[in-house]
Every structure is written in structure tokens, then in C-alpha cells.
Write a protein that binds this ligand. Structure first.
Ligand code: ADE
Length: 233
């Protein structure tokens, strides 16, 4: 077993690297990958840079070049569901690409031939996350996450994404990483802490809460990694 832990921004993996303490840095295809052994298990950690293209590249490299057999994503998201507040944690049940649009050919939003609108995350890790949450005295929501190459700071657009995909939160990498993991048969788990509510204050709130929300997510991810390792024994 080799576990990939991925984020999109430096702030999203910094708390993880801090927890690992020592690691080796490998430069590959224009990005840094951090390799470490944690409780006897090999890890590879990286941030991809923002968006679907960079996250696709990084997830593919973590699996195909570094040999990751499970992938966990940690980061922040904008809330769609009004009951999700800044700092709350959401685990993706399934993910979609909200900006994928060939509706001109009669297809639904988020769909291209031979693809599917939604890709489901690993059920075993989702179940495990409920136990982890309980042990930490935290509550974690499970919901649909919609991904696109747009920072959403507009109530109308946010509501459209919510209504079209039944999505509870939105971000810029989950859906593309899901495509990679699904194609390569690697179980994946996506966790996000809410940094903003994708409204007109979203960019201000994102800047304000990025670090604290990213840490919230990263702390949970490290507990998930511990739990995965313990369950594999
Ligand atoms: N990630 C965190 N907040 C976001 C937003 N409002 N739009 C897209 N991605 C995000």
C-alpha cells in the first residue's frame, strides 16, 4: 500500500508535511512530490496548483509514477448548501464537473459520451471517516461536490450548480481527480473544509479562512491515514 495525499495549494498540504516532520523531496514534471514513511507505510504528498488540468496531472503522476494505491484529497471548498458553515467538513459521496458543457449536442451538463456525470468516491473510506469523526468528536457531512475551473463568487451561479448537480459544495479539483482515480482503479477519498459560501464575499472569506479551514481538513486527513494503516494491519 502506498497512500497519496494531495491538495491544490501549498496551504492545503503544509499541515500534513509539518506532521510528517521528515520527508524526501522529489522534483518531477515541474512539481514537488514529498515522499515519507508514516507508521511503516509509504506516503507521497503533493499540491497540484489550482484547477482541473494541474490536479489531473498531479493525481496521474502520484499513481503512475509514484505507485500510489489509494488517494486522499484534502482542501477547502465553497459551500452551496446553506447549512454548511465556514470551517465545516464535507466528504464527497460523488463528484461532477459543473463546467463540462456539450449541451449544444443534447447532452446533460457535466456529461460527455463514454463518461458519466458523477463519479463515486470509495465507500469504505467514507464509512471509515464517520468513525474517525466520532473519535475526534467532530461532525462531517457527506454530499455531492461539483468541480469547475472557476472560482465561484456569485449567488446565482452557485445556486445553478446546486440545482443542476444536487451539489452541496464546490471546488476546482475534485471532479478531475475522481476521473483519474476511477480510470486507474485507485480508491479515493475527498475531504474539504468550507472556506466561503461562494457568494459576493467569497474571495475575501477565502483569503481569510484558507489557512484555518485547510488545517481543519488536513488534521482530519491525517487521522484517516492513521485509521487506514491500522485497519490494514
Ligand atoms: N474553493 C473554495 N472556495 C471556492 C469557490 N468559491 N469557488 C471555487 N472553488 C473554491
Amino acid at each position: 500500500m502506498k497512500i497519496a495525499i494531495m491538495g491544490a495549494m501549498p496551504e492545503e498540504i503544509a499541515p500534513i508535511l509539518e506532521k510528517l516532520g521528515s520527508y524526501t523531496t522529489v522534483r518531477y514534471a515541474g512539481n514537488n512530490y514529498y515522499e515519507a514513511t508514516y507508521k511503516g507505510v509509504d506516503l507521497v504528498v503533493a499540491y497540484s496548483k489550482i484547477g482541473k488540468v494541474f490536479s489531473t496531472l498531479t493525481a496521474t503522476i502520484m499513481i503512475e509514477h509514484f505507485g500510489a494505491t489509494k488517494l486522499l484529497f484534502s482542501g477547502v471548498a465553497g459551500a452551496i448548501c446553506p447549512t454548511l458553515k465556514i470551517g465545516d467538513l464535507i466528504v464527497a459521496s460523488k463528484l461532477a464537473q459543473h463546467d463540462l458543457d456539450i449541451t449544444a449536442f443534447g447532452h446533460p451538463f457535466g456529461y460527455v459520451p463514454e463518461g458519466s456525470i458523477f463519479i463515486e468516491a470509495d465507500k469504505e473510506m467514507i464509512e471509515m471517516s464517520k468513525e474517525v469523526a466520532k473519535s475526534m468528536g467532530k461532525s462531517v457531512r457527506e454530499g455531492v461536490i461539483a468541480t469547475g475551473d472557476q472560482f465561484i463568487a456569485n449567488e446565482e451561479k452557485k445556486n445553478w450548480i446546486g440545482a443542476t448537480f444536487g451539489a452541496h459544495a464546490l471546488e476546482m479539483e475534485g471532479g478531475s481527480v475522481a476521473v483519474v482515480c476511477h480510470a486507474l482503479n485507485v480508491p479515493f477519498f475527498k475531504l474539504r473544509a468550507i472556506s466561503d459560501v461562494a457568494d459576493m464575499d467569497a474571495s475575501f472569506n477565502f483569503d481569510t479562512f484558507l489557512e484555518t479551514s485547510a488545517k481543519e481538513s488536513a488534521d482530519f486527513i491525517m487521522k484517516m491515514v492513521q485509521s487506514i494503516i491500522e485497519n490494514a494491519k
